[in-house]
Design a protein around this ligand. Structure first.
Ligand code: CP
Ligand code: NVA
Length: 338
């Protein structure tokens, strides 16, 4: 048969097509790595340094062998519910693509939980049909309630308190860019929000120095910060809260920022934009960091507010590596817990 499709040049195709397995795959040990099997991933708070390293190691392996067909065994026949109370691009797409690449499937559900039926009943239903739940919620308590009533693992896809999947992808990105975690300083410029809380906890557990510069009244969650301080005691990392962006950026290896107005805070938008004006990541601020510092943002970005075009599009920016790494980290979590 002479079909034009068969003659199509593969050089112009930018596909994610997997190759058939050849010999023994380096991914096979992931199948028997059971230390996190069945676990909820509600926050960085609950994961030990060793567990964080396992997840990062598996994500790195999956990224290195992203076209290895063996990965389609990791969630074969399994399904994940994705519950979204808030919008999403990265979390939504990477969890669904991740499940497909691992041989499973994902089901998207949108809307406020607890309105049509109780959160407990939602959990008890999904539990009978599926293998895991990823939820993006307004209140962290909703995740705790899902976890209490479902036997299948619950993954936090962002709550008011933590964004653990983001922090995992971010530390994978830092490791790729810097080669190691020891003696690094991460500066977070902006709101002490969910992303900042997870980054502070993860830095403390991995022995990375972390300084946040925020306006008065926008510090990280107090309880989580106290926990981070106790982890930092063990790993000997330094955790600092300052109101000076310059102090935070000075000698930093990574300068991170996030929106000044998180989802659900839209009514505070005008006040926040005024109070955060001094906290923009721009070239003046970057001049205080190390010359090879990387620039990070979890996205979506509000260009011209928390970060300038020049910096987010500049050669120190790793924001799309962070976004790519969401996929590899999601796949690592799913492979390890489902
Ligand atoms: N960074 C992040 O979680 O992106 P989404 O809100 O698009 O999922
Ligand atoms: N802090 C932001 C993160 C978005 C990924 C928010 O909660 O909206």
């Amino acid at each position: 048969m002479n079909s034009p499709l068969l003659n199509r040049s593969t050089q112009t195709i930018n596909s994610q097509r997997m190759a058939p397995p050849t010999g023994r795959s380096p991914l096979l040990p992931i199948l028997t790595q059971d230390s996190l099997r069945g676990r909820d991933i509600l926050g960085i708070e609950d994961l030990s340094a060793q567990e964080l390293e396992i997840i990062l190691g598996v994500a790195f392996l999956l990224k290195q062998h992203k076209f290895d067909d063996t990965q389609t065994l990791f969630a074969r026949g399994q399904s994940l519910a994705m519950l979204f109370e808030k919008p999403s691009l990265r979390t939504r797409v990477t969890f669904e693509a991740g499940m497909i690449q691992l041989g499973g499937s994902a089901i998207n559900l949108e809307g406020k939980l607890g309105e049509r039926e109780s959160v407990a009943d939602v959990a008890r239903n999904l539990d009978r049909w599926l293998d895991g739940i990823m939820a993006r919620v307004f209140q962290h308590a909703t995740l705790l309630e899902l976890a209490q009533h479902a036997k299948i693992p619950i993954i936090n896809g962002l709550s008011d308190l933590e964004h653990p999947c983001q922090a995992l992808a971010d530390f994978l990105t830092i490791k790729e860019a810097k080669g190691q975690f020891k003696k690094l300083k991460v500066a977070f410029i902006g709101d002490g929000n969910n992303v900042a809380n997870s980054l502070a906890l993860m830095a403390a557990k991995l022995g990375v120095d972390f300084t946040i510069a925020c306006p008065k009244g926008y510090e990280p969650n107090q309880e989580l910060w106290q926990k981070a301080l106790s982890f930092a005691n063990v790993t000997d990392s330094s955790l600092v809260i300052t109101h000076s962006p310059t102090e935070a950026a000075t000698a930093a290896d990574a300068v991170y920022t996030d929106t000044w107005v998180s989802m659900g805070q839209e009514e505070e938008s005008d006040r926040r934009k005024l109070e955060f004006q001094k906290y923009q990541v721009n070239s003046a601020l970057m001049s205080h960091s190390k010359p090879d510092a990387i620039v990070m943002h979890c996205l979506p970005a509000h260009r011209g507010e928390e970060i300038t075009d020049e910096i987010i599009d500049g050669n120190q920016s790793v924001v799309f590596d962070q976004a790519e790494n969401r996929l590899h980290v999601q796949k690592a979590l799913l492979s390890l817990i489902l």
